[in-house]
Design a binder for this molecule. Sequence first.
Ligand code: GLU
Length: 512
Amino acid sequence: MNTEKRVRVRFAPSPTGGLHMGGVRTALFNYLFAKKHNGDFILRIEDTDQNRYVKGAEDYIIESLKWCGIEPNEGVGFGDGPYAPYRQSERKETGIYRKYAEKLIEAGGAYYAFDTEEELEEMRKRLEAAKVVSPQYNHITRMNMRNSLTLSHDEVQKLLDSGVPYVIRLKVPRNEEIRFYDIIRGWIVVNSSTIDDKVLLKSDGMPTYHLAHIVDDIEMKISHVIRGEEWLPSAPAHVLTYRYLGLEKDMPQLAHLPLILKPDGKGKLSKRDTSGLPMFPLNWYDERTGESYIGYRESGFFPEAFINMLALLGWNPGNNQEILSKEEMIQLFSLEKVHKAGAKFDPEKTKWFNQQYLRKKDKYELAELLMPILKENNIEADKDYVAQVCELMKEKAYFVKDIWEMGKYMFIEPSSYDEKIIQKKWTAESQSVIVELLNLLKETKPFTAENIHHTFEQFTKEKGKIDYQLLRTLVTGVSSGPSLANILEILGFEKVQQRIEKAIQTLSSVKS
Ligand code: GLU
């Protein structure tokens, strides 16, 4: 295998549905690898299976990659490079796949097969009756079928000329060793007798994935194929195809990424099993089933947090560092450090990543993100004020929307007060303490958290204990939250006074 080629990798999804987080991770690892080696990252759309084509899936892939900040530098939606087109349905028009299929036939590595659906079904039944565990079209069974290995040259020519439908199959030899190196898994050895004669070109002239991706990888000068583990079982057939084309030594290096597992480690992660977190990067509506799925973006995740979480599903930089910027990931990434064992998806950790990124954000950046939520709730507030609230609330928030949920009272005067606290603590006596404290707060100038603390201390020394929880409840309506002095400072004395007076009024009218 050639190791000195310019690094060119591709993400090659099929537009058969919403791109899920497993697919995004594959794209991410390709991206990181390409950037690390100053190479190219290509987006190729593998749309040869027209029956499974889903409208909108391609745009969804493009938008998802953009949102994640892992943009290809060549390919569909990102500007054509030297190997356009990048959609297999368009590439088919150039005749390139048929050309390769015929080359394979000439080399003795493929053959025509004329079997009808009924004949194939009959074969399956025959094999099942003979208790064959996995009935296949292979080096044994093909000799009983209608193909260019069993028919005479003339018969084959006649059939081809008469236009009867046929497929082209890979001719897998009996009992040959197929060896290949996977960067993540090491050497893999498979006996060819276990492999079926895969269809390379279908009767409608469309190539299958097996042929199309090999042709494109060759033509697009792909150096490394980084893809999901589910493609590992067909890799030996691909190696064989390269062998027949005389290109085995030059074939791309392979790296099959580990599966992403359910949180309990039992089986592959599925969209029904993500413990309440999304499976998709963006909202996805499945037209076929009518089901809608919420995306990470719409759930309030930051793209940086999302890709940081994904990067560590199966890889780690080897230094226990968990929070990694994209630049750090690029610098530290290596396929050798990707594990082969499945990686468990951890929903709590996923939220934790978002929290870490939220904490790192500047208060004005957060304010910018909170503004639309405030607008939705008909709140008009000054940017500086919003920034202060963000700073105050961000410690406990996982998402920007939490700042709103937890800090509503910084924008809206409470209209009710935690009942338990009021029941327990609201008395004529506690009321007079609060009023007295309010008088002292009025003299606290400037009205900063530090001075407010001072006032609290002074009051405690001279007049007696302050029930902070009660005071908090009167000002905010709720009994817990961030530092009370900070809340008071941000609200400002006037609002604090207004709120306390309103609370006294409301509560005395309720109690009397
Ligand atoms: N079209 C394949 C998919 O949908 C690509 C596999 C590959 O990367 O070779 O996953």
